[in-house]
Design a protein around this ligand. Structure first.
Ligand code: COA
Length: 326
C-alpha cells in the first residue's frame, strides 16, 4: 500500500467582512444573540466570486506550497454543495483555470463534511496506487443559497475555500480516516434543486426555491453526537489517545456544539482549534481553512498529530488524523 503525505495547503476567503451588527440591519437579530448562541462574530461574504473562483485561489496556494507543477496533478476532488453549475463540475472549472491538463476531475457532495469525504477519497486512490498527486478542495458559496430574510440560518454561514495537496511519499501521514451518513435525517438540513417538470408530468409543478432550510435544534444534537463518535472512532483506528493529539480541528459550525462535545469527551476547549468567530460556518471549506491556518501560524511542528472532524447536511460526518511532517 502506498503512503500518503500532505505536501501543501491553501485557503481563500472573500475580502468583504459582514459582522453581526451589519446583519442586524437586514434581519431582526443582534450581536448579543448571535455571539451567545453561536460564537460567530463576523463572516466573509462573496460580492460576486463564485465557488470555482474561490476554489481556484485556494488551489493555487496549495500548489505553490507543495512546490509541484500543475501538469503533475492527476486528480482533483472538489467538495461543494454550491457548485457554479450542474455541469461542468466545479472541479472541471478549476482544472481549466489552473491548466491541470492531466487531471481527472469530479465534485463530491457531502455538505460540511465534504472536505473530510474528499480527503478520504484522495487517500484511498493514492494508497491503491491509482494516482500519486491529488488536489483536494473544499469550497462553498453559501451566501447564494441562503434565505436572507431567515434570521435562523443567514447568520450562521460564510463563504470560502480551502485546499490540500496529497502525494504518494515516504511516510504515511494519515493515521486514520472515518466517514458516515444518516440519510434518514436528511430533511433537517436541506437545499432543494429543480423540480421534475416536463410535458409528461401530470398536473402543475410548483417552482422550487433553492434556499437552505434547517431544524436548528436537530442539527445541534446531531453535531454533538457525531463529533464525539467520530473522535472516538478515529482514535481507535489510529491506536492513539486523546492526550497524543495536539489539536482537534472540528467543523466550525457553532462554539456551543464544540463545547458540548468537549464535555462528553472530558477535555477542555483549549484542545480545539477554533476560528468560527471570524468566518462563521464555511461548509466544505471550514476544516481546510482551519488546517491551513494552524500550519501557517506555525502552531504545529513535525510529529504533532491533528484530529480533524466534520459534520453536516445529508446528514454526513467524517474525519481523519494527520501526523504533521512539514
Ligand atoms: N436572532 C435573534 N433571535 C433569533 C435568531 C436570530 N438570529 N434566530 C432565531 N431566533 C429566535 C427564534 O425565533 C426563537 O424565538 P421564539 O422563542 O420567540 O420562537 C428563539 O430565538 C430561540 O430559537 P431556537 O431556534 O430555539 O434557538 P436555539 O437556541 O436552538 O439556537 C441555532 C438556534 C440555530 C443557533 C442553534 O439551534 C444551532 O446552532 N443549531 C445548529 C445549526 C448548525 O450548526 N447548522 C449547520 C450545521 S453543518
Amino acid at each position: 500500500m502506498n503512503k500518503v503525505e500532505i505536501t501543501g495547503t491553501g485557503s481563500y476567503v472573500p475580502p468583504k467582512i459582514v459582522d453581526n451588527n451589519d446583519l442586524s440591519l437586514i434581519v431582526d437579530t443582534s450581536d448579543e444573540w448571535i455571539t451567545s448562541r453561536t460564537g460567530i462574530k463576523e463572516r466573509r461574504i462573496s460580492q460576486g466570486e463564485d465557488t470555482s473562483d474561490m476554489a481556484t485561489k485556494a488551489a493555487i496556494e496549495a500548489i505553490k506550497d507543495a512546490k509541484i507543477s500543475v501538469e503533475d496533478i492527476e486528480l482533483i476532488v472538489l467538495a461543494t454543495v454550491t457548485p457554479d453549475s450542474f455541469m461542468p463540475s466545479t472541479a472541471c472549472i478549476v482544472q481549466k483555470n489552473i491548466k491541470a491538463v492531466n487531471a481527472t476531475c469530479f465534485d463530491v457532495s457531502a455538505a460540511c463534511s465534504g472536505f473530510a469525504y474528499a480527503m478520504d477519497i484522495a487517500v484511498q486512490f493514492i494508497r491503491a496506487g491509482r494516482f500519486k498527486n491529488v488536489l483536494v478542495i473544499g469550497a462553498d458559496t453559501f451566501s447564494k443559497i441562503l434565505d436572507w430574510k431567515d434570521r435562523s440560518t443567514c447568520i450562521l454561514f460564510g463563504d470560502g475555500a480551502s485546499a490540500a495537496f496529497l502525494q504518494s511519499g515516504e511516510e504515511d501521514q494519515i493515521l486514520s480516516t472515518y466517514t458516515g451518513s444518516d440519510g434518514s435525517k436528511g430533511d433537517s438540513l436541506t437545499c432543494p434543486a429543480v423540480a421534475v417538470n416536463n410535458p409528461y408530468v401530470d398536473g402543475v409543478t410548483g417552482t422550487i426555491k433553492s434556499v437552505v432550510g434547517m431544524e436548528g435544534r436537530e442539527i445541534f444534537k446531531f453535531g454533538v453526537k457525531v463529533l464525539e463518535k467520530s473522535v472516538k472512532a478515529l482514535l481507535q483506528q489510529a491506536d492513539c489517545t486523546l492526550e497524543e493529539i495536539k489539536y482537534i480541528i472540528p467543523h466550525q459550525a457553532n462554539y456551543r456544539i464544540i463545547e458540548c462535545a468537549a464535555k462528553k469527551l472530558g477535555i477542555g476547549m483549549d484542545r480545539f482549534y477554533i476560528n468560527l468567530d471570524s468566518y462563521g460556518n464555511t461548509s466544505a471549506a471550514s476544516i481546510g481553512i482551519a488546517l491551513d491556518e494552524v500550519r501557517k501560524k506555525n502552531l504545529v511542528k513535525k510529529g504533532d498529530k491533528i484530529l480533524i472532524v466534520g459534520f453536516g447536511g445529508g446528514l454526513t460526518y467524517g474525519g481523519f488524523i494527520l501526523k504533521v511532517n512539514l
